[in-house]
Design a protein around this ligand. Sequence first.
Ligand code: IDP
Length: 149
Amino acid sequence: NTVPAEPTTPAAERTLVLVKPDGVRRGLSGEVLRRIEAKGYTLAAVELKSATPELLAEHYAEHAGKPFYGPLVEFMLSGPILAVVAEGQGVIAGFRSLAGATNPTEAAPGTIRGDLARDWGLKVQQNLVHGSDSVESAEREIALWFPHL
Ligand code: IDP
């Protein structure tokens, strides 16, 4: 990466990225980290984790009661997850652009989901990654996945 002309602000924006169990299983963790770094964001924390039902209940509280909630939790418990804190100005929206649309069939080519995920005919979209959607969610989710940060 080219060094920016001016130093970036110290209190840069942060987001929580998860490489979901499908991504880790398919050996795509490195590819996701590569795209985050190639875009110019900084990796502030990277840790392989196992989710718990309690953690997921908090992480996905907004989806409780939706038809895909049960399958979503089951999927997120199906294997290790790579939890990442990425940092940089605009990283919350920027990572969501890198990730692409939630539905991998609709996600644009060039995006993580558009290039690397597909519809497997399952009850839950296995779309490789999660990225926080606002400053409030990012701070809440980082505290959940990285309580020591
Ligand atoms: P996002 O991950 O793109 O922010 P959310 O709406 O927060 O999307 O949904 C959380 C996750 O739940 C999605 O990434 C996907 O794995 C799953 N999901 C969301 N909507 C559906 C759906 O309509 N059918 C199946 N799975 C879904």
